[in-house]
Design a protein around this ligand. Structure first.
Ligand code: ADP
Length: 756
C-alpha cells in the first residue's frame, strides 16, 4: 500500500484520477506500478515528509489502485472508497503506519440526475476549452473522463479556491451535495476564466495569427529551398535577394527597408520601369557588409616593419601612426583619432594610408573628394531621383566588402560648396564618432554603422579646410623629401617597381648614381616623388625597348642620355642668379607643391612717384609691398625723394603663378633698401619673414619646405624669423647642416649683413 500525500487537489472517490509519474516518484519515493494499491491523504498545509505528523492530514482519505502507468509520464488511479483515518504514525521518510476504515457514502443522487449533470458539465468544459490554442488537445483528454468526479479531479489543480473548499468535497457524505459542491467549483472556475480570457482574447487572436503566419512562412521557405536545390540554375533574382537579405546580418531597419523594396520588385515585375532601380538598390544593400568584424591581433613591431617596408623615411609620420595603432589596441577599438596628412603631392600621404591598412591587416579604400561640391556626393541621392546613387563614403565601404576598412579620404582641401548643400558638413557627420554609428546615406535610407571604419584624410593645404572639419582632425605634416631621401626612395622603391612593371629583370638595366641624381635635380622639381616616379617609369619603358632590340646584355643609362631617354629638356631651375644687381633679392615661398625660391625685382624709372606691382600678386603680397616702401622711406630719409622723382616698379617673376602670403615682406624690404642704397645683395642669401611697420620680422609657415627649396637652388645662407627657430626641429638634419641659417628679429638684422 502506497501513501500519496496531496495538497490543494480534489481526488474524488470512484473516479479515474490522473497523476504525474514524476510527482508520484517524488512524494512516494518509488516508481508507480500497475495494480499497486494506493491511499490518497489530504494535507492541511503544503508540507513535506520531514514535517509530517498525524495532525498534518485531514481525517478522510481516498483509496485506489493504479490502473495504468503511461509512458508519456502520467499514471491513472482508479479511486474506490473514502476512508477514515483513525491513527497515523510517521515512521520516517516515505514510511507511515495507518489505521483505516471505509467511510460510506450517503447515496442520494439519482443515476440519471448524475448523468445529466455530467453531460452538462462536460459540455460547458468543452465549450470553454474551444477558445484556446490547446483546445483540441484538451478535448481528447476530456473524452476519457466519465463522471463529474473525474472532471473535477482533473481540473482541480487549476482552481484557485482554498484548500479546505476542495477538501470539503471529499468530506461530504451525501453524493447529491457532493455533486453540487463540484458544480460550484467547476462552473465558478469556468466563469472566472472566461472573463479573464475575454480580456485577453483579442491579444490571443493576434498571437494566433502571428503564429500561423510564421508557420506558413517557415513552410514556404522550406519548400523554396527544396526547389532551389533541385534547380540551382534557376533560382530567381528575387529569391536570391531573399536569401541574401536573410544572410546579410543587416540591422532591423535595413532589413525592413530591403524587404519593402523586394516586395515592390516582386509586385512590379522584371520589366517595369522601376525594376532596375529596385534591383540596384537590393544589390547594393545586400552586398554591403553588415557584420561586425573582429579586430585583428596586431603586433606593434610587425606593424612597424610593414610601414618601413613600404616607405623610406617619414620617421615622424610613422611614429605617430604607431602611437595611433597602440592606442586603438589598448582601447580595443577599431578606429581612433582622425589623422589628417598634409603635404605636397607625391609625398606619400595616400600610399602610407594603404600601408596602414596592410599593417592593421584590414581592407583599404581610397575615396577621392577632389571637386566634390554637392552634399549628395558624400551622402547619396534620395532614391526618388532618377539615376540616384549612394554617396562616395558608402560606395567606398561597399567596395571594401567589410565594415571596418581603412578609408583614405583624399584631398579634403578640395571640397567645394555649391547651392546643393555643403559637403563639408556631411563629412563632419561621417567623421563624428558620436554620430557615425548611425550614418544614413540618403540612397540607402537606413542607418549604417561607420564607427569601426578608420578614416584618414589627406590634403595639400589646411587653408581651404573649413574650421569645424579641421578641428575634428589631428594634423600630421609631410614636409617633402630632400635630394637624399629621393635618391633612397628611388633606389629602394621606385626603380625596382618601374623595372618590374615593364618586365626588366635585375641586372639588365643600370642607372648609375650620377644619372639618378641628375634625374632628381634636373628632370624633376617637386617636394614629393611623383614626377620622379614618372621619369623612372619612362626610363624603364624606353630601356626595355633597347634591351629587346640590342645585343648587349645590359643597358646602362648615362646622365648625358637622359634628355633623349626621357624626351624632355632639363628643367631650368630658379637657380640663384650669377649676376648681382641692386634691387634684386631672393626670397623663399611656400606653394602647394612644396617650397620654391622667388626673386623680388625692383626698379626705378623716371617718373612722378607712381608704384606698379606685377607678377600676379595677391592682396596680402601687395600690402607687403606698401609696408616695404614705407619702411624703406623711413629708414633712409635722405633717399626718400627717389620715390617722388621716379616711378617704382616691383615685379615677382616666375610666371603666371598667382602668389600670395605675407612671408615676402622681408624680401621686398631688402630689395627696396638695396635699390635705394645702390648696394647689390649677394644671390647666396635667401630670406623669408613677414615684417611690420616697426621693422620687426614676424614668423611664417612652411619653413621646412622653404629651406629645402633654398638648398636645392644653391642658396647658402637663409634669414628666418627668430620666432621660427623652434620649427627647425621639423627640418631635415641634412638641410640644417648644409645651410647657414640666420634667425633675425628686425629688418636691420638682415640689412646689416647683406648691404655691406
Ligand atoms: P600623395 O598622396 O602624397 O600625393 P602618393 O602616396 O600618391 O602621394 O605617393 C606617390 C608615389 O610615391 C607612390 O607611388 C608612393 O608609393 C611613392 N612614395 C612616396 N613617398 C614614398 C616613400 N617615403 N617611400 C617609398 N615610396 C614613396
Amino acid at each position: 500500500m502506497t501513501i500519496i500525500p496531496v495538497y490543494n487537489r480534489v481526488i474524488t472517490p470512484h473516479s479515474d484520477v490522473f497523476f504525474q509519474t514524476d510527482h508520484f516518484r517524488k512524494i512516494t519515493g518509488k516508481s508507480p506500478e500497475k495494480e499497486e494499491q494506493v491511499i490518497f491523504l489530504f494535507l492541511k498545509d503544503n508540507e513535506t515528509w520531514d514535517k509530517y505528523e498525524q495532525d498534518s492530514f485531514y481525517p478522510i482519505g481516498v483509496s485506489g489502485v493504479i490502473t495504468e502507468v503511461n509512458p508519456n509520464g502520467f499514471l491513472v488511479v482508479k479511486t474506490a472508497d473514502r476512508i477514515n483515518i483513525s491513527s497515523l504514525i510517521v515512521k520516517g521518510k516515505f514510511k507511515m503506519e495507518l489505521a483505516i476504515s471505509k467511510r460510506e457514502d450517503i447515496e442520494d443522487l439519482e443515476p440519471q440526475e448524475e448523468q445529466k449533470k455530467f453531460d452538462e458539465m462536460r459540455q460547458a468544459i468543452l465549450d470553454f476549452v474551444d477558445g484556446f490554442q490547446w483546445g483540441a488537445m484538451a478535448r481528447g483528454f476530456i473524452g476519457r473522463l466519465n463522471s463529474i468526479g473525474d472532471l473535477t479531479s482533473a481540473m482541480s489543480i487549476w482552481f484557485a479556491n482554498p484548500n479546505e473548499e476542495k477538501y470539503a468535497i471529499i468530506a461530504e457524505d451525501h453524493t447529491a451535495k457532493r455533486a453540487e459542491l463540484m458544480e460550484e467549483l467547476v462552473y465558478g472556475y469556468i466563469e472566472v476564466a472566461r472573463l479573464t480570457s475575454e480580456a485577453e482574447s483579442e491579444h490571443e487572436q493576434d498571437n494566433q495569427k502571428q503564429y500561423r503566419k510564421q508557420a506558413i512562412q517557415r513552410q514556404l521557405a522550406y519548400l523554396q529551398n527544396e526547389l532551389d536545390e533541385m534547380d540551382p540554375e534557376n533560382v530567381s533574382d528575387t529569391r536570391r535577394f531573399e536569401i541574401k537579405i536573410a544572410e546579410s546580418g543587416m540591422n532591423e531597419t535595413a532589413r525592413k527597408e530591403a524587404e519593402k523594396v523586394l516586395n515592390r520588385l516582386k509586385q512590379e515585375g522584371k520589366n517595369s520601369a522601376e525594376s532596375g532601380m529596385l534591383y540596384d538598390y537590393l544589390d547594393f544593400v545586400t552586398s554591403l557588409s553588415w557584420k561586425k568584424e573582429q579586430p585583428e591581433n596586431i603586433k606593434l613591431d610587425e606593424a612597424e616593419a610593414i610601414l618601413d617596408e613600404d616607405h623610406f623615411g617619414l620617421k615622424k609620420v610613422k611614429d605617430r601612426i604607431i602611437q595611433q595603432i597602440a592606442v586603438m589596441d589598448l582601447q580595443k577599438k577599431q578606429s581612433g583619432s582622425i589623422l589628417l596628412f598634409v603635404g605636397a603631392p607625391g609625398t606619400g600621404k595616400t600610399s602610407i594610408g594603404r600601408s596602414i591598412a596592410r599593417a592593421l591587416k584590414r581592407e583599404y579604400v581610397r575615396v577621392s573628394l577632389g571637386g566634390v561640391r554637392d552634399e549628395a556626393d558624400i551622402r547619396g541621392h534620395r532614391r526618388t531621383y532618377i539615376g540616384a546613387m549612394p554617396g562616395r563614403i558608402m560606395d567606398g565601404i561597399h567596395k571594401s566588402g567589410v565594415s571596418n576598412p581603412v578609408v583614405v579620404l583624399d584631398e579634403v582641401d578640395k571640397l567645394g560648396v555649391s547651392y546643393n548643400g555643403d559637403p563639408a558638413s556631411a563629412l563632419l557627420e561621417v567623421l563624428d564618432p558620436e554620430q557615425n554609428n548611425t550614418f544614413t546615406d540618403h540612397y540607402m535610407n537606413v542607418p549604417y554603422d561607420l564607427s569601426d571604419v578608420l578614416f584618414i584624410c589627406t590634403a595639400n593645404t589646411t587653408d581651404t579646410i573649413p574650421e569645424p572639419l579641421l578641428n575634428r582632425m589631428e594634423m600630421i605634416q609631410f614636409t617633402g623629401y630632400t635630394v637624399n631621401d629621393k635618391f633612397q626612395i628611388a633606389r629602394r622603391h621606385l626603380i625596382p617597381k618601374a623595372m618590374e612593371s615593364v618586365g626588366i629583370t635585375e641586372g639588365k638595366l643600370e642607372i648609375p648614381d650620377e644619372t639618378l641624381n641628375t634625374i632628381i635635380t634636373d628632370f624633376t622639381q617637386e617636394a614629393g616623388v611623383r614626377g620622379l616616379k614618372k621619369r623612372l617609369d619612362t626610363l624603364a619603358r624606353v630601356a626595355a625597348v633597347d634591351i629587346v632590340k640590342g645585343d648587349e646584355e645590359k643597358v646602362t643609362v648615362e646622365p648625358g642620355q637622359l634628355r633623349e631617354y626621357l624626351d624632355m629638356r632639363p628643367i631650368s631651375h630658379e637657380h640663384i642668379l650669377e649676376e648681382k644687381r641692386p634691387g634684386v633679392v631672393t626670397g623663399l615661398a611656400w606653394t602647394q607643391v612644396g617650397g620654391e625660391i622667388l626673386f623680388i625685382e625692383t626698379l626705378f624709372t623716371k617718373g612722378s612717384g607712381k608704384v606698379t606691382i606685377t607678377g600676379q600678386l595677391g592682396d596680402v603680397m601687395k600690402e607687403s609691398a606698401q609696408i616695404a616702401i614705407s619702411l624703406v622711406k623711413d629708414m633712409y630719409p635722405e633717399q626718400s625723394k627717389l620715390f617722388e622723382e621716379n616711378d617704382l616698379h616691383i615685379h615677382v617673376p616666375a610666371g603666371a603663378v598667382p602668389k600670395d602670403g605675407p612671408s615676402a615682406g622681408i624680401t621686398m624690404t631688402t630689395a627696396l633698401a638695396s635699390l635705394v642704397t645702390g648696394k647689390a645683395v649677394s644671390p647666396e642669401y635667401g630670406m623669408t619673414g613677414e615684417v611690420s611697420l616697426r621693422g620687426v620680422v614676424t614668423p611664417i609657415g612652411g619653413l621646412p619646405e622653404k629651406l629645402m627649396a633654398a638648398l636645392r637652388a644653391g642658396i647658402s645662407s637663409v634669414f628666418i624669423p627668430a620666432e621660427n627657430e623652434d620649427d627647425l626641429r621639423d627640418v631635415d638634419s641634412e638641410v640644417r647642416d648644409k645651410l647657414n641659417i640666420i634667425p633675425v628679429r628686425t629688418v636691420s638684422d638682415v640689412l646689416d649683413v647683406v648691404l655691406k
